[in-house]
Write a protein that binds this ligand. Structure first.
Ligand code: CMP
Length: 139
């Protein structure tokens, strides 16, 4: 299945602003199917494990604090070229640099509160999906 899945989260700002529905609609309209999904709140420790790759970055504390500040929606999405196509759909990490019509251009508030997460490689899509979902939770 390599190449066919990506992992996403709708971040606390996206949930708080009532943008779960509009973001999921854009995801479906772009041809992604939802293979797994849950609505939950991470502890700071869980957010720290998920973003462990950024542990040495200066924004790590802000990132993990932010990602545990409210509920998120986690999902595995499936489509051909899922990682690349989803990164195109969401736009640049910094919303001021995101292309028009992308999820982050439309909904993100800042680099930290940037509406959604999307996996950056096929390998990380698998690792991130396994962090949140068992095989029994995938359809
Ligand atoms: P995401 O795609 O979830 O992957 C890592 C996250 O770190 C990224 O989105 C941003 O929300 C966050 N991030 C990256 N750079 C910065 C920064 N300079 N300050 C705060 N957060 C950042």
């Amino acid at each position: 299945m390599t190449g066919n899945i990506t992992f996403t989260m709708i971040k606390p700002d996206g949930v708080e602003a009532n943008n779960i529905g509009p973001i999921l609609a854009m995801i479906n309209k772009a041809g992604f199917k939802i293979l797994a999904m849950k609505y939950m709140r991470l502890t700071q420790e869980q957010a720290g494990s998920f973003y462990a790759v950024h542990k040495e970055r200066p924004f790590y504390g802000e990132l993990t604090g932010y990602m545990s500040s409210g509920p998120i929606v986690a999902a595995i999405l499936t489509k051909d070229n899922a990682v690349t196509d989803y990164r195109k759909l969401i736009g640049a990490t910094d919303p001021t640099k995101a292309d028009e019509g992308t999820i982050r251009k439309l909904f993100a508030k800042s680099i930290a509160a940037n509406a959604v997460h999307g996996s950056d490689s096929d390998e990380n899509a698998i690792i991130e999906s396994n962090f949140f979902f068992s095989q029994l939770e995938r359809f």
